[in-house]
Design a protein around this ligand. Structure first.
Ligand SMILES: Nc1nc2c(c(=O)[nH]1)N[C@@H](CN(C=O)c1ccc(C(=O)N[C@@H](CCC(=O)O)C(=O)O)cc1)CN2
Ligand SMILES: NCC(=O)N[C@@H]1O[C@H](COP(=O)([O-])[O-])[C@@H](O)[C@H]1O
Length: 206
């Protein structure tokens, strides 16, 4: 089997970056088959950017407010990402919807990790919405990003129990522990084995 170069990952974050950290840790092993080549954010002063700095990974910040329209922001974000020539873009707690231009360039190779079992509880408050609904099982979903909100084709899911005494933070922390493992396992497989998106079905091992 010929040696392949590591897949180039650009990771976008908006917050604490624990999913990013799990990817950075995994990428330290050459056998993982991927490397985080840049970390981008839509805001300053977040732990996610500090994690990238500590790992000596280049960072960039592209804020919506710096642009005259959302479309200009979207194009600028795509340019910043594109400069690092990613094989795969990973949205890991990135709290902005990416638009038409971004998807024209990186559609089919951008994945997002979401803290709920899609198609239930899309949006920014997956754990709170699952708790309020009273489900007994929730989880996390990795999907290929499309123009909708958390509607993309599903790559992987992991189930997590909801406990009777959970509050939103306790439930989200339990989800995040399982989510990190799923994210690292699945992104590694995508990098090493390839993947095929066939309508709504995603098959690992291209
Ligand atoms: N085109 C897509 N972009 C993104 C998706 C997606 O499925 N399609 N997933 C998101 C993540 N996401 C939750 O899973 C999510 C993030 C943000 C929003 C949202 O409405 N954000 C507001 C701003 C809120 C803020 O800045 O705090 C916005 O974009 O204006 C909804 C869902 C990643 N992107
Ligand atoms: N709608 C997107 C969303 O809710 N994303 C979620 O934010 C958390 C980020 O944690 P992290 O910054 O510690 O990786 C993760 O649980 C991720 O799925």
């Amino acid at each position: 089997m010929p040696d392949r170069r590591p897949a180039r990952l650009v990771v976008l974050v908006s917050g604490s970056g624990t999913n990013l950290q799990a990817l950075l840790d995994a990428c330290a092993d050459p056998a993982y088959g991927a490397s985080v080549v840049a970390v981008g954010a839509d805001r300053d002063d977040i732990e996610g950017l500090a994690r990238a700095d500590r790992a000596s990974v280049p960072t960039f910040v592209t804020k919506v407010g710096q642009f005259t329209s959302r479309d200009h922001w979207d194009r600028a974000l795509a340019d910043r990402v594109g400069a690092f020539e990613p094989d795969l873009v990973v949205l890991a707690g990135f709290m902005k919807l990416v638009g038409e231009d971004f998807l024209a360039r990186f559609g089919g190779r951008t994945v997002n990790t979401h803290p709920a079992l899609s198609p239930s509880f899309p949006g920014m408050h997956g754990p709170a919405d699952a708790l309020a609904y009273g489900v007994k099982v929730t989880g996390a979903t990795l999907f290929v990003v499309d123009a909708g909100v958390d509607t993309g084709a599903i790559v992987a899911q992991v189930a997590v129990p909801v406990e009777d005494d959970d509050d939103v933070d306790a439930l989200h922390e339990r989800i995040k522990a399982a989510e990190r493992v799923m994210l690292v396992d699945t992104v590694g497989r995508m990098a090493r084995e390839g993947y095929v998106v066939d309508g709504r079905r995603v098959r690992l091992g291209g």
